[in-house]
Design a protein around this ligand. Sequence first.
Ligand SMILES: NC(=O)c1ccc[n+]([C@@H]2O[C@H](COP(=O)([O-])OP(=O)(O)OC[C@H]3O[C@@H](n4cnc5c(N)ncnc54)[C@H](OP(=O)(O)O)[C@@H]3O)[C@@H](O)[C@H]2O)c1
Length: 324
Amino acid sequence: MKAVLCKTYGPPETLVVEEVSSPIATKGRVVISVKACGVNFPDTLIIQGKYQIKPPMPFSPGGEVAGIIKEVGEGVTHLKVGDKVFSLTGFGGFAEEVEADAKTTLLMPEGLDFITASSVMYTYGTSYHALKNRAELKVGETLLVMGAAGGVGLAAVELGKIMGAKVIAAASTDEKLELCKKYGADEIINYSTENLKDRVKEITDGKGADVVYDPVGGQYSEPAFRSIAWKGRYLVIGFAAGDIPSLPLNLPLLKGASIVGVFWGAFAANEPKESFQNFKELLGFIAQGNLKPHVHAQYSLEQASDALYEMLNRKVMGKVVVVN
Ligand SMILES: NC(=O)c1ccc[n+]([C@@H]2O[C@H](COP(=O)([O-])OP(=O)(O)OC[C@H]3O[C@@H](n4cnc5c(N)ncnc54)[C@H](OP(=O)(O)O)[C@@H]3O)[C@@H](O)[C@H]2O)c1
């Protein structure tokens, strides 16, 4: 089978496509014929050795796939050969076949296509955990989403609306903000051209945002924190801009505000029941037509490094997918 391989840490152009032997389903695991693999920011980090997970070399990036079960390992009872599934693999998805943990592999609901199914777990899983379990976002609260047209950002916009919040989308271009509006944002801020803090204060009549969702980090985190409301919750999601910001600790003191860390992968591993419940609710929203990932572009395995560059160059809106 064909696979995109990372043989040495480096930028996307160091990836190669090669024929490798098919994986085998060991105990508790399955082999999936991959139809589509959603691309996420961690894929750009894992190939550079900058991610928490460092798989043994050579490995394929690609953390979430949709496809068809090819082989079932010993002890797996809820899946059989031929089932259409979607799965959190962590890595290995940029390939024609991948071995996956049966526990993180779910049957695809009726009506979901492979491309959509490969684009829901990371982004919606992360953003729902952040807004529901960590921020405890309430109906009528104001949610500011940074990097709002990105993968997890757009998911946070959609989920914020479903949860009854007023959503302010902030992003770097007007085109991205137009997309956020289509996905339900009530207000938009272009943080490349407008003063983020002043605009949030203006939109909220001086009160500030109750919850700030920040997957970007870098230079905008401090102004975003300064725009937070009394007893606000600031969700630390990630640092797509590259720099991990520091905040003066008088800021949370003055606002009675909380800085709340979000690590969805650890949540799913440590609290599997709660994580499964979140997925059940998310699949319900999808079935009702209330959540639909925006797929910006599709790439072949040979073009996988282009997909990663699109992400590193801030070109992606919503999701990109590698298809077989
Ligand atoms: N904590 C968790 O459990 C968890 C789970 C999943 C992902 N994450 C993290 O969340 C972040 C976003 O992931 P994603 O998959 O949504 O990525 P994405 O689709 O690429 O979105 C990231 C957004 O960040 C902004 N950005 C600013 N500077 C950037 C730069 N130098 N390079 C790339 N993007 C930049 C871009 O928006 P603008 O152009 O509008 O600024 C972009 O849309 C990543 O850091 C990822 O590791 C965390």
